[in-house]
Design a protein. Sequence first.
Length: 238
Amino acid sequence: MTAQLNPRGDVAVLVPAAGAGVRLGPGRPKALRLLAGEPLLVHAVRRLAAAASVHTIVVAAPIAEVAAVRELLAPIAPVTVVPGGAERQESVAAALAAVPVGPDIVLVHDAARALTPPALVESVAAAVRSGHDAVIPVLPMVDTIKEVDADELVLGTVDRRALRAVQTPQGFRRSVLAAAHAAAGDALTDDAGLVEKQGVPVFCVPGSDHALKITRPFDLALAEHLLATGLRTRTLNS
Ligand code: CTP
Ligand code: MG
């Protein structure tokens, strides 16, 4: 059944989904690869549409797949699909340009984080609503982190208590994200990085292990397992 979005919601979600998925190995663009029989993008959009504040979803699709992605998502939720760009940042900018007048909060969410719980979408949006102009979901580092030189010789041990691994959705006051993209120079892999360059404070909220980014075949196998066990695996903050 097609999900309804919330016409009174204050959140637009941009979904960059135009990447090739080179690290996943040969095959279709990553957003269209199957996880438990359905494309990653379908999993991601279904969970976004289940978040109560979401008013608009804009997907940036691979240029050659725009029509196919429209058809694929039509039964899932009312979604706008635009052609993405050569870099993630260009895909985000293309999606941002398609957001209608209305939503004051914009979330940017990787299609590759296909199992992200709707509750995480809501907690990021709530932090923006409460007054933070830029919000990122993060997890603590679990491994010991070393800094090395070009010859793989250890330079030192980094204090991991001050480090965080960053996920999506990243949330922004709409005007703040628009200004950061308008001023953007070099391509960055995350939108909070653009906003940081503008001097805007970025606030962290607890992320979710289920918001893992499916990057390599191992991640896909892990996601298959998580789905097969009904996402019941107890993990931190999920
Ligand atoms: N993305 C995008 N446009 C690009 C590059 C990436 O919309 N030109 C999207 C991807 O589709 C993905 C998200 O940005 O949902 C995070 O990127 P990543 O995980 O690196 O995906 P890919 O770029 O597809 O993977 P790879 O780097 O292995 O090719
Ligand atoms: Mg990439």
